[in-house]
Write a protein that binds this ligand. Structure first.
Ligand code: GLA
Length: 384
């Protein structure tokens, strides 16, 4: 059964009725630009062909009930719980958070019954949370006929995650999931929210992006993420700039000389050089030189490993094995401390590279990784 059929079947079985519609939102990978979003910097993610689907209909009692195929027990909440961040917890908090963010922005959100099915793996760093937020948001906007232009959806979904769920994440994931376009990577300026769709036609170039799910458990991911964010914000304050985005590569040495501990210097060096790598990647893609992006991806990985210190052994091994097997470049993608690696490969070499990573894992006694080749897909949409 497709993910859309599972959502519909779940809706029928749970609520004994037909949904009024189905809304699908993709997961994402980030080609390059890690931990730059909350520094007002640049990112270049793309939406995945894996999607989360929400089947939904309005509920006359004004409550929200949500069922997920991952947890057979439905969660029900009313305005009182939705209006108090943290009252609904677990996976349903992403749904309640969207209701909260819409209500906080003054919208009259209709009560609804929702059924969720997903092909986006949870906890792999592929933004399953942004996918459910965005699919629910699209459903509620349509069901309620809310006047909310799509350009404002990413901030609203981010607010659900920051202020209701309590995860201090940036704007990248929701932007990729909402604004992604097939065959393109999304070049986003996280300060202005200006976007440019950059053609990323892997197919035509005979290339593919191989995604390797390390399946490494996220170790302290939440606390470490918040700590990285804090240290970037403190460094920006010390340097007297609004955000690290305001430090140019040409000024990096002078900036580093003004910081007095080595750890902060490395954190800053990662962010400043990573922003430049995004810009360089965009320049190469505009010139249709996709293969030449490889070394930038690998340099980004080294920076995350050595300067930002957010990788784990399973991740580093996957990158090394992919490169040894002929990938043009490879890097961890997402927040870090586990999750996925992406590798730029010749399409007909993807299997060989995937097998090399699987062998490297077996040699070290790690559980087998998940492997998948992907092409850039479109953002959140209502299904026919
Ligand atoms: C997570 C966050 C994003 C971003 C990345 C790191 O995916 O949700 O906002 O900060 O980590 O680039």
């Amino acid at each position: 059964m497709t993910v859309a059929d599972r959502a519909t079947a779940g809706f029928r079985q749970r609520y004994g009725a037909e949904p009024s519609g189905r809304w699908a939102a993709p997961g994402r990978v980030n080609l390059i630009g890690e931990h730059t979003d909350y520094n007002d910097g640049f990112v270049l993610p793309f939406a995945l062909p894996l999607r989360t689907v929400v089947a939904a209909a309005t509920a006359p009692d004004g409550h929200w009930t949500v069922w997920s195929e991952l947890d057979d027990t439905p969660v029900e909440f009313g305005a009182e719980q939705a209006d108090e961040p943290g009252r609904v917890d677990g996976w349903a908090a992403y749904v309640a958070g969207v209701v909260w963010a819409l209500r906080a922005a003054g919208h009259d959100v209709p009560g609804a019954r929702l059924a969720v099915a997903s092909d986006v793996p949870v906890g792999s760093g592929l933004s399953s949370s942004a996918a459910i937020e965005s699919a629910v948001l699209a459903a509620l906007v349509d069901l309620g006929g809310l006047d909310l232009p799509r350009g404002r959806w990413p901030r609203l979904a981010q607010r659900a995650e920051n202020d209701y769920v309590g995860a201090p994440t940036g704007i990248m994931d929701q932007s990729a999931v909402i604004r992604g376009r097939e065959g393109h990577a999304l070049f986003l300026d996280c300060r202005t929210e200006d976007v440019e769709q950059i053609p990323f036609d892997l197919d035509r170039a005979g290339l593919a992006v191989l995604v390797v799910d390390s399946r490494a458990p996220h170790r302290h991911a939440d606390g470490e993420y918040a700590a990285r964010r804090r240290s970037c914000e403190q460094a920006a304050a010390t340097l007297g700039v609004t955000a690290l985005r305001d430090v140019a590569v040409a000024d990096l040495d002078a900036a580093l000389a003004r910081l007095d501990d080595d750890e902060t210097r490395r954190r800053v060096r990662h962010v400043v050089t990573e922003n430049q790598r995004v810009l360089d990647t965009v320049t190469l893609l505009r010139a249709d030189r996709i293969r030449d992006v490889g070394p930038l991806l690998t340099a980004s990985h080294a920076s995350m490993r050595d300067d930002f210190e957010i990788t784990v052994p399973e991740i580093d091994i996957a990158v090394e094995a992919a490169l040894s097997a002929g990938a043009y470049g490879a890097r961890m993608t997402g927040g870090g401390f586990g999750g996925c690696v992406l590798a730029l490969v010749d399409a007909d070499a993807a299997d060989v590279v995937a097998a090399a990573v699987t062998d490297a894992y077996a040699e070290r006694g790690y559980a087998a990784p998940g492997t998948l080749t992907v092409l850039p897909a479109g953002g959140v949409t209502r299904l026919r």
